[in-house]
Structure formats: C-alpha cells, structure tokens
Design a binder for this molecule. Structure first.
Ligand code: HEC
Length: 198
C-alpha cells in the first residue's frame, strides 16, 4: 500500500512539474514580435506613468498607493481592450499583487534575466513561443529595473515613509515587493501575441 501511495505521489509530482515547452521563434519573426511587444509595453508604461504622476501630485505617496491598488489592473485592462488581440501585463517573482504572479515560463525568463544582469549583459528583451490548446503564441518579455524613485514604495521598509508602509500593509498583506535596491530586476513586461495575427 505504501509503495503504491509513494508511486502515486511521484507520478502526481511528475505531472505537475511538467514545464511548458518553449518553441524556437524563427529569426525573421523575432524582429516583428519584438516591435509589437515594444509598442504594447510602451502603451502600458505611458498609462501607468502619467496616472501615477498625477496621483502623486494630487494625493502624495500614500494617496498614490490607493490609486495604484485600484488602478494598475484597470489600466492594463484598458490598454488590452485597445490592443485587441495582444495581451500585455506586468509579472514579478516578488509580486505585490497576487494577480501579477509568474507562471513557470515567466519564472524561467525572470531567472535568465537575473543571471544575465548579474553578469552585466541584460538583454533589452526576450522573445519565445509556446503552444496552448493547439494554438501557437509568441511571448515577448521586457525586463523592468528598479530606479531610485521606485524605492519610495518598493525599498527598505526602515527607510520608507511610515504612512506609505501603513497603506501598503492594509492593501497588500502578503506583499513581497519590498527591500529592492536601485538597479535590481523588479519584474517583466509580458506581451502575448497569437502567432496567426502577425
Ligand atoms: C506610489 C507607490 C509606488 C511607486 C512609487 C512605485 N510602485 Fe510599483 N507598485 C505599487 C503598487 C501599489 C503595486 C501593486 C499594483 C497592483 O495592485 O496591480 C505595484 C506594482 C508594481 C509591479 C507589478 C508587479 C507586482 O509586484 O505586483 C511592478 C513591476 C512595479 N510595481 C514596478 C515599479 C517600478 C519599476 C517603479 C519605479 C519606476 C515603481 N513600481 C514605483 C506602488 C508603487
């Protein structure tokens, strides 16, 4: 009985551990995918920047968090409605919002970016492809680095404004996105493009 149970657990772990297989993107497609990915990323970045800036001017840092907490996901949805077929999001291994949690492919790319950053050769993007439900998708990833400005909300809690920390703790009790340093890899922009659309 024990042996059978052990075998069962082994099989279950094996099945869950199955990694999504990456498909090599032909070199002539990489440029096209990267151009689409770049456009989608810029659009989301511009929305986030202008809205965050406005919120800080109007409500200071703690007020800006109130804004981010409701607005970041909403802005991504808005951009995605405008992009129609392409999906853009932000993902992080140390996520603040559980909606930005990485899948196994995201994790693999984040690890790869971190390793390259450590060696001083972080690439501007990474393009790959996966098959889901019999359909081919291109996936574009762009690294997101921490700027000194970001530390006000993602830095060392001991050096952060207590008001900011208080709001963060209320909104994100399981927050993992603290203790970053300027220059760290904060996460990635991820753009998913159905291959038959390009
Ligand atoms: C005013 C506070 C504030 C500042 C400043 C700030 N962030 Fe954030 N950040 C947040 C909040 C709040 C969230 C969670 C948003 C959500 O609920 O989707 C977040 C989420 C993120 C995410 C999505 C992944 C996750 O952890 O959920 C990334 C990536 C990110 N921030 C990067 C940055 C970078 C890079 C900067 C600097 C250019 C920055 N942030 C500046 C408050 C801030």
């Amino acid at each position: 009985m024990r042996k059978i149970l052990f075998l069962f657990i082994l099989l279950a772990v094996g099945a869950c551990g199955l990694k999504e297989k990456e498909i090599k993107v032909p070199q002539e497609e990489v440029g096209k995918v990267a151009a689409i990915g770049e456009k989608a990323t810029k659009k989301l970045m511009a929305e986030l920047k202008s809205n965050l800036g406005k919120a800080i001017r109007e409500g200071g840092m703690p007020g800006a968090i109130e804004f981010c907490a409701g607005k970041a996901q909403e802005l991504a949805q808005k951009v995605n409605r405008e992009l129609v077929v392409v999906r853009v999001s932000r993902v992080s291994d140390k996520y603040r919002n559980p909606k930005n949690k990485p899948d196994s492919l995201d994790m693999k790319v984040i690890r790869m970016f971190k390793e390259k950053l450590r060696k001083g050769s972080l690439p501007p993007y990474y393009v790959t492809a996966v098959e889901r439900g019999g359909k081919l998708y291109y996936v574009y990833y762009k690294p997101i680095r921490v700027a000194p400005f970001c530390l006000q909300c993602h830095g060392n809690p001991e050096e952060m404004d207590p008001e900011v920390l208080k709001v963060l703790r209320e909104k994100y009790p399981e927050d993992k996105a603290l203790n970053y340093k300027a220059g760290d890899l904060r996460g990635v922009f991820k753009v998913v493009i159905p291959a038959d659309k390009i």
